[in-house]
Design a protein around this ligand. Structure first.
Ligand code: MBD
Ligand code: FE
Length: 294
């Protein structure tokens, strides 16, 4: 697998922060803001609990005016850098995901993160995602099958896949990449089978130049996520699953900055069994029917 060279990182410095703020632009443009409607009771309950938790921290740790003003300055910077989606997806979404999928049987999920784009090109299985000529990295055949919780094949399923390139960049969030690089919507066959040819992504460092990076370095943390494939699967009549898949042996599987690794999400890649180059990883999806609970 191609390692991320520090040269590549330097070349792209000043663009990584763009990725964080692009997530703000996209979220704003998606129309999600206009559709959000939280009842007054819940606003009062949740905002009240959040404010109390922060006040409790100030008491427990005797927060100084120096620290209070540093917090104010930093919160302002998260906004001006456009990094609220990044901050929330890295440090909060994993809990939201857990809370909301606890009762769903079948394949486990994980966080969506800030870089999903709807409407990626639709391809029938067996599919090859968009790549550049001489794309760096290890070719990866990702394949599997959809069944329901009784083991019956599901028809009409699709796999949306998106991931970073070998240098750790996402198309539409880093400049200079083809629009749909490493993004596709793959239709499974009538027996629920799918095959997707792509490349193994690299470990990913969240943007370090903005407010989130400032927090990470001020706290002495690291900015790494393990290499991951983002996946969104759906089929008519079934509950969708959003997840990420990881690779064994990645040191950041143990200390993911976004706390989004689960043991069931680590692939078991092996050399390809056909004459293709690289490796293959098999992952089967078990979907719960709409309304089905554990
Ligand atoms: C990513 O690629 C990602 O998956 C998450 C969760 C946060 C930042 C960048
Ligand atoms: Fe990601």
């Amino acid at each position: 697998m191609t390692q991320i060279s520090s040269d590549t990182r330097k070349e792209n410095e000043g663009t990584a922060v763009e990725a964080g703020s692009k997530a703000t632009e996209r979220f704003t443009a998606s129309g999600k803001l206009a559709r959000l409607d939280v009842p007054q009771e819940r606003v009062s309950l949740l905002a009240g609990a959040a404010i109390k938790a922060i006040n409790d921290i100030a008491v427990a740790h005797e927060v100084t005016y120096e620290e209070y003003n540093a917090l104010k300055a930093w919160l302002i910077k998260v906004g001006t850098d456009g990094e609220w989606p990044l901050f929330l997806d890295v440090w909060l979404e994993h809990t939201i995901e857990d809370v909301n999928t606890q009762e769903r049987p079948g394949t486990v999920g994980s966080i969506e993160g800030p870089y999903y784009v709807p409407g990626a090109p639709e391809l029938p299985t067996p599919a090859t995602v968009e790549m550049r000529e001489d794309e760096e990295g290890t070719p990866l055949l990702f394949k599997g099958r959809f069944t329901d919780t009784d083991g019956n094949p599901i028809t009409g399923a699709q796999v949306e896949i998106w991931h970073a390139d070998a240098a750790g960049f996402y198309s539409q969030y880093a400049p200079g990449l083809p629009e749909w690089l490493f993004r596709a919507t793959v239709k499974a066959d009538e027996n629920g089978y799918f095959e997707i040819n792509t490349m193994r992504p690299a470990p990913y460092q969240i943007p370090t130049e903005g407010a989130c990076g400032q927090l990470i370095s001020a706290a002495g943390w690291h900015a790494w996520r393990p290499a991951h494939l983002h996946i969104k699967v759906s089929a008519p009549g079934y509950q969708p699953v959003i997840q990420q898949l990881y690779f064994p042996g990645d040191p950041h599987n143990e200390d993911d900055i976004a706390s989004a690794v689960k043991p069931e999400l680590i692939l078991d890649p092996a050399p390809r069994t056909d004459d293709g180059a690289g490796e293959e990883a098999v992952y089967d999806y078990v979907l719960a029917k709409e309304g089905q609970t554990k």
